[in-house]
Design a protein around this ligand. Structure first.
Ligand SMILES: Nc1ncnc2c1ncn2[C@@H]1O[C@H](COP(=O)(O)OP(=O)(O)O)[C@@H](O)[C@H]1O
Ligand SMILES: [Mg+2]
Length: 132
């Protein structure tokens, strides 16, 4: 199973260094490729589809929130015995808000997708911004 955000899952078997990116439209794809490659290296390619979806949605939100300030975004992956943790960092104001999007709504679905695919999700402030 997969979940997003480093809440309290222990132990952590391995973790990547943060991959820091400019807040550009290319960042979600780059982050996804990085996550997919690392999961393969860990022998957890089975998680690539779900983790790729999660990182794409979280990184898209991070980029949208960061574009105006041009502050960097980053992704980090943690390997746990049963799962992986996908961490996306940004330095933008605001915070993730899970919307109750109606069936007709075209926006506000990203975090719903994350919540449905991940075992858990959440966000926390950091010294420079936040981690989702
Ligand atoms: N990293 C973030 N920084 C600031 N606000 C965020 C962040 N991620 C999500 N949000 C807020 O949560 C809302 C819901 O996100 P989401 O479900 O992905 O829908 P959408 O991206 O389509 O608006 C966003 O519209 C935004 O207001
Ligand atoms: Mg979104």
């Amino acid at each position: 199973m997969i979940f997003s955000a480093a809440l309290d899952q222990r132990p952590v078997i391995d973790r990547t260094a943060p991959v820091t990116l400019a807040p550009l439209d290319t960042a979600p794809r780059t982050a996804r490729a990085s996550v997919t490659a690392q999961l393969s290296a860990w022998g957890r390619g089975d998680l690539a589809d779900d983790a790729g979806l999660i990182v794409s949605e979280l990184m898209t939100n991070a980029v949208v929130a960061s574009e105006a300030g041009e502050t960097p975004v980053a992704v980090r992956l943690l390997l746990t015995p049963a799962s992986v943790v996908v961490e996306v960092y940004d330095r933008a104001p605001g915070f993730p808000l899970l919307a109750a999007a109606g069936a007709e709504a075209e926006a506000g679905r990203g975090l719903q997708i994350v919540a449905s695919v991940a075992t858990r999700w959440g966000w926390t402030p950091t010294t420079t911004g936040k981690c989702t």
